[in-house]
Design a protein around this ligand. Structure first.
Ligand SMILES: Cc1cc2nc3c(=O)[nH]c(=O)nc-3n(C[C@H](O)[C@H](O)[C@H](O)COP(=O)(O)OP(=O)(O)OC[C@H]3O[C@@H](n4cnc5c(N)ncnc54)[C@H](O)[C@@H]3O)c2cc1C
Length: 420
């Protein structure tokens, strides 16, 4: 039973903020105080910058921070995933070294999982990490790596053993991105943003103490990272707005957001922006059209049902219950809503939906929606992979036939040849 109640959390935090929140501090000074107090990540354990607060009470914490405009810990892209993964699987040395600096925003992270030949089949990763004396030497290529061009460290999934079945030969490392063996090459997307990179590793080095748990535990640890990623995939996340106040701390935060959030500015558009539909229908003068109204009603029904399913999943999580089918359905439902919203935007705006620039519908936002929504069915696991997960784990249907898990990975036919 938790020692906390809504009232006690509110009272304690309110008093703490009154005493400590000071917009005249620098961003780093404030974040150091915040992280040390445990109010930055209160759901984390007390010994690691938290307060063991039940997730169900985080709402109160958010409300109190908003009430006085207090700035929170850094929440940028894979940095949040890194924190949760290092907390769950890192040694005390790694927690000591990385958690505090990630929360203050001094370190940024990227997720080095997907490869040109292994995206959905993540367990097939062929990037090698070979132990040579007192270091691991990493060779291979990653792709789709969001924010790698800004990252100080990467969460690296790499193969340490080809002579065991594929899931057993993977290990999980923290890799310094700022070293000569790591080359980051940006990619530009069809929506004209540049969130992703290719990352080439040529004899890049990783100290053995940067291995999480043991060699061969990589798949288990990657599952933790993916679980956190998928849990957030159904929200309009990363629409982080700077506070428009004149003090230096808010300007520093605005500068941080402008840089670290640049790769994510289009993320709200990938959800399909169902929230713009009614306003757009009114502006376009088709809100009285019975066919359009019918389609809008269908979309809104689907969108509300998905929102409530996701709220049910969150409520279950807050009450400490095991993840149920709602969690698995949320990501897929978000893809369905995005596609349906695309159809309705197109119906409302006609060929104009393809235009960008001045005089285009919503100043080009609708066009950006149309070309950004495919991302939601891919990121963090595609719709088809999500359907496999639902059929196998939730509905307990027979597993997909496998030919690649019953023998050493070296012997499995694949499109990249083992180097040795
Ligand atoms: C916005 C965004 C951000 C991303 N950020 C990162 C990042 O930071 N780090 C990172 O490592 N990766 C990142 N990714 C990559 C993402 O995880 C992969 O794109 C995704 O896992 C799919 O892999 P793939 O692109 O190789 O597609 P493939 O695996 O090649 O899949 C191609 C098609 O085949 C289907 N398919 C594949 N296997 C099966 C199967 N078993 N059954 C049925 N159908 C199947 C897929 O559903 C898909 O339609 C990001 C992707 C996006 C869109």
């Amino acid at each position: 039973m938790s020692e906390y109640t809504e009232e006690s959390v509110r009272a304690e935090l309110r008093a703490w903020l009154e005493e400590n929140w000071d917009p005249d501090l620098s961003l780093l000074e404030w974040r150091n105080i915040l992280v040390d107090s445990g109010w930055g990540m209160p759901q984390w354990p007390k010994e690691w910058f938290g307060r063991d607060l039940p997730v169900g009470l985080l709402r109160i914490v958010d409300e109190e921070f908003k009430r006085v405009d207090a700035i929170t810990v850094a929440r940028k892209g894979a940095t949040t995933l890194a924190g949760s993964t290092v907390l769950a699987h890192g040694s005390d040395m790694l927690r000591e070294k990385f958690l505090h600096r990630s929360l203050t925003g001094e370190d940024s992270w990227c997720q080095l999982f997907s490869e040109p030949g292994n995206g959905s089949d993540l367990a097939g990763a062929m990037t090698r990490a070979d132990r040579q004396g007192n270091k691991y030497v990493v060779n291979g290529q990653k792709v789709w790596t969001t924010s790698a061009h800004l990252a100080d460290f990467g969460l690296l999934l790499a193969r340490t053993d080809l002579d065991v079945p594929k899931h057993d030969g993977l290990s999980y490392f923290i890799m310094d991105m700022r070293q000569p063996g790591v080359e980051v090459v940006p990619l530009r997307q069809m929506n004209d943003h540049a969130s992703f990179n290719q990352v080439f590793m040529t004899d890049a080095e990783v100290p053995p103490e940067y291995l999480l748990e043991n060699e061969g535990d990589g798949w288990k640890i990657a599952t933790t990272t993916l679980m956190h990623e998928r849990r957030n995939a159904d929200s309009n996340r990363r629409k982080v707005e700077p506070t428009k106040r004149p003090e230096r701390i808010f300007q520093e935060e605005a500068a941080e957001i402008a840089t670290s959030m640049a790769p994510y500015t289009w993320y709200p558009q990938r959800t399909g922006r169902a929230d713009l539909i009614i306003e757009r229908a009114q502006e376009a003068g088709c809100n009285e059209d019975p066919v359009v109204r019918q389609e809008i009603a269908k979309l809104m029904t689907m969108s509300k049902a998905a929102e409530w399913t996701s709220k049910r999943a969150r409520a279950a999580q807050e009450q400490g219950r095991a993840p149920g089918p709602e969690g698995s359905l949320g990501k897929l439902a978000a893809s369905e809503v995005a596609r349906a919203a695309n159809r309705v935007h197109t119906m409302i705006n006609g060929a104009g939906a393809m235009l960008s620039g001045a005089d285009s519908p919503s100043d080009g936002l609708i066009a950006e929606v149309l070309i950004s929504t495919p991302a939601i069915s891919i990121a963090g696991g595609t719709d088809e992979i999500q359907k496999n997960i639902i059929s196998e784990r939730v509905l307990k249907m027979p597993k997909e036939p496998r030919f690649d898990t019953d023998r050493p990975y070296r012997e499995v036919p694949k499109n990249a040849l083992p180097q040795k």
